[in-house]
Design a protein around this ligand. Structure first.
Ligand SMILES: Nc1nc2c(c(=O)[nH]1)N[C@H]1C(S)=C(S)[C@@H](COP(=O)(O)O)O[C@H]1N2
Ligand SMILES: [Mo]
Length: 326
């Protein structure tokens, strides 16, 4: 029911839809998350539960992660946490399509018996399953700002563990200078965008310099809103890098490789002049097709309006990461 006819703007070469278009989708979003928002809204109070809303809610009902401890250093930010239904119905996951409404299609992602292979230039290569991960690493909640390169933002409560804990466990050798994350890919369940983006270099890959990965902020998420990750958010494990644009945070990771050279990554390979490898949030570096000086903090009101906020350098996380780039 969320299928739209291809429009000329679908041909834009972007991990993303041009913002003037997708911010006109408020009515669509409203129809999907009407009930969650309606609870706090006079105009929508007591409104009917639609079938799509129930289907969405079902995708968001995941096993609780417990015990759940919030890291006191990341217990809040300067703005409220984004509505769960908005965050779970406004996603980028190009394997399942080129628009924001992939949440239903993403339910095809097969997550049973998930394995993450950690390999490359490390002393202790290991293939982890989800139980290993939950047992071996200190799982905690962190509230992070989230900034997409498309100039919208949210605040999301992730559950997971710092990437530096994985570094400690596998011990990269002195030759390891970079890490590459590879997302799950299976074209039989992942149709990709319906519009043409040219030859896409699947699987989705992203990467970091080792010092970036060892930073306090770099995080592997296995949950959100206190529960295991819904598929549309990149179940069962994805990267979260709050000082970088959202596309750096690869979803549904199956492989983590430690490398000597900077790896080719998905968007950088596809459109190098628009999506860099470093991709730190920076108000002074415009995207070639739009400014990054401000952002739309979405889902701030009962009608899914947004606040325009000035973009912060490193998304407000200067104290943690500025030294990496001096
Ligand atoms: N495998 C994969 N990971 C991905 C993407 C994608 O298309 N495929 N999109 C990225 C982009 S552009 C963003 S903004 C975030 C969105 O995460 P969310 O949908 O959980 O908010 O995921 C990132 N990780
Ligand atoms: Mo993004």
């Amino acid at each position: 029911m969320f299928i739209r006819n291809p429009k000329p703007w679908h041909n834009e070469r972007s991990p993303v839809t041009p913002k003037r278009i997708y911010f006109n989708r408020r009515h669509f979003l409203k129809s999907v998350i009407g009930v969650g928002i309606g609870a706090t809204s006079l105009s929508l109070a007591g409104c009917q539960t639609s079938e799509s809303d129930r289907a969405l809610q079902k995708t968001l009902n995941q096993p609780k992660i417990s015990p759940l401890k919030t890291n006191p250093n990341f217990a809040s930010v300067d703005r409220p946490i984004t509505n769960e239904k908005l965050a779970g119905s406004y996603n980028n996951f190009y394997e399942f399509g080129g628009d924001k409404s992939i949440w239903l299609k993403a339910q095809e992602l097969p997550t049973d018996n998930w394995k993450v292979e950690v390999t490359g230039l490390v002393k202790n290569p290991k293939t982890y399953d989800l139980d290993d991960i939950k047992k071996q690493f200190p799982i905690e909640e962190r509230i992070y700002r989230f900034r997409c390169v498309e100039a919208w933002s949210m605040v999301l409560p992730w559950v997971g563990f710092p990437m530096k804990e994985l570094i400690k466990a596998v011990e990269p050798t002195s030759k390891a200078k970079f890490v590459r994350f590879t997302s799950f890919y299976d074209e039989t369940v992942m149709p990709g965008p319906t519009f043409s983006l040219g030859n896409l270099p699947w699987p989705y890959t992203e990467g970091l310099r080792i010092e970036e990965m060892a930073n306090e902020l770099a995080f592997f998420a296995i949950g959100i809103y206190g529960e295991e990750l819904p598929k549309q958010h990149g179940a069962p494990i994805r990267a979260v890098l709050p000082w970088k644009y959202g596309f750096k945070g690869a979803k549904s990771i199956v492989k983590v490789e430690f490398l000597a050279q900077q790896p080719a990554t998905y968007w950088h390979t596809r459109i190098p002049n628009e999506y860099g490898f470093i991709a730190n949030v920076n108000p002074d570096v415009p995207h070639p097709r739009w400014s990054q000086a401000t952002e739309k903090f979405i889902g701030t009101g009962p009608d899914l309006s947004w606040d325009i906020k000035p973009t912060q350098l490193y998304n407000g996380y200067q104290e943690y990461v500025a030294h990496l780039y001096s």
